[in-house]
Design a protein around this ligand. Structure first.
Ligand code: KG4
Ligand code: ZN
Length: 346
């Protein structure tokens, strides 16, 4: 069974060809990242225009690299949300046109489910049940996934963790996207140089990341505990701040994930989203899971950012369970978490 996976939820345009849910024949990604850099964040209009301009070439490249013809495709899977509506519409319209013209089955996919299921590409069956940690530029969620059931245990009440990385990097003049830049500098810094207070929140599994960005701003402006003036900063002081920031935010999400495992008596954790590329998150989570005897699924680095392969994997799983979307399916910037509803919503 050959699945074509199409992903256009934000600034990436990606098409992938997946064989039997576990063999990636191609995974072509075109990013509009460089066009957003001058603005310090994703500009929705630029992202959707890029998707529109890139989708046809990306699709053809994916078929070429996989050395397959149109007639060999058995299923078309596409992200229908969450994401930027202009970008989503490009992928969904493209997928529906292909499904109509080729008379092939179509399945709509929830983007966050897809991030988690990207972990199971090398496996015949997804792990179940498991605690899922979704950490991206738009979402920070801890969930319990049991078969088709997605229970959101907690999520950020303000900024997403990736957003906190991006905003902090902007304050520090490190450019966009901030995650990789902070991660690089953090590896050379002292994580104990600055202390950040853990936010107090009502929900046991909820998180907050907007306060730490403001704390960084105060430090940079010279009002913080260390009283540094930005002009007098040396490179190693910025590395120390990056290391302290990184240590704090990764500890917070790891703590909630471990708490979720205890509550649900789960011994399996799967992580997804752009921030799953973070070196400290990966290594500390691996240590914590090893200590407790938990199985940990982390996506390979090339699958941490948005990609069509994870969408194909998720679509394949839905298809195997009899789910089909109709041509009435629409893009949805915030679809239901429900496995079936998010695939079929019209
Ligand atoms: O999942 P993603 O591609 O976008 C959304 O769907 O939102 O994730 C992008 C986010 C950005 O905020 C970026 O700064 C962050 O992932 N990111 C990282 C790293 N690499 C990317 N954050 C921390 N450490 C990294 N190594
Ligand atoms: Zn994503």
């Amino acid at each position: 069974m050959i699945t074509l996976g199409i992903e256009t939820s934000c600034d990436e345009t990606s098409c992938a060809v997946l064989e039997n849910g576990n063999c990636i024949r191609s995974n072509v990604i075109s990013s509009s990242l460089s066009k957003h850099k001058p603005f310090g964040g994703v500009v929705p209009e630029i992202a959707s225009r890029h998707c529109l301009e890139a989708i046809d070439a990306v699709f053809r490249a994916a078929l070429r690299q996989a050395t397959i013809s149109e007639s060999e495709i058995g299923l078309i899977a596409v992200t229908r949300g969450p994401g930027l509506i202009g970008s989503l519409l490009v992928g969904v319209s493209f997928a529906k046109a292909l499904a109509f013209a080729w008379k092939k089955p179509l399945v709509g996919v929830h983007h966050l489910w897809a991030h988690l299921f990207g972990n199971f590409i090398a496996r015949e069956k997804p792990a179940k049940p498991f605690v899922g940690l979704i950490v991206s530029g738009g979402h920070t969620t801890v969930a319990w996934i049991d078969g088709f059931h997605f229970e959101e245990l907690g999520s950020t009440i303000d900024d997403a963790i990736g957003e906190a990385y991006d905003k902090t990097a902007k304050i520090l003049g490190l450019g966009y996207p901030g995650g990789p830049a902070i991660d690089r500098l953090a590896q050379k810094g002292d994580s104990k140089a600055f202390t950040f207070t853990k936010p107090k929140i009502d929900g046991a599994f909820d998180m907050s990341f907007s306060g730490i960005k403001t704390a960084v701003l105060h430090i940079v402006n010279g009002y913080g505990e260390m009283g540094y003036k930005k002009s007098k900063w040396k490179r190693n002081q910025i590395s120390d701040l990056c290391a302290s920031f990184q240590s704090a935010v990764t500890d917070w999400v790891i703590e909630k994930t471990m708490l979720a495992c205890e509550k649900k008596k789960s011994r399996v954790v799967a992580v997804g989203g752009g921030v799953s590329a973070n070196s400290r998150l990966r290594s500390v989570l691996a240590d914590e899971c090893k200590l407790r005897g938990y199985d940990l699924y982390l996506p390979p680095l090339e699958l941490t950012l948005d990609n069509g392969a994870m969408v194909a994997r998720m679509g394949y799983e839905l298809y195997r369970r009899g789910v089909r979307s109709s041509l009435d399916m629409t893009a949805d910037s915030s679809p239901a978490f429900d496995f079936i509803d998010s695939a079929c919503g019209a």
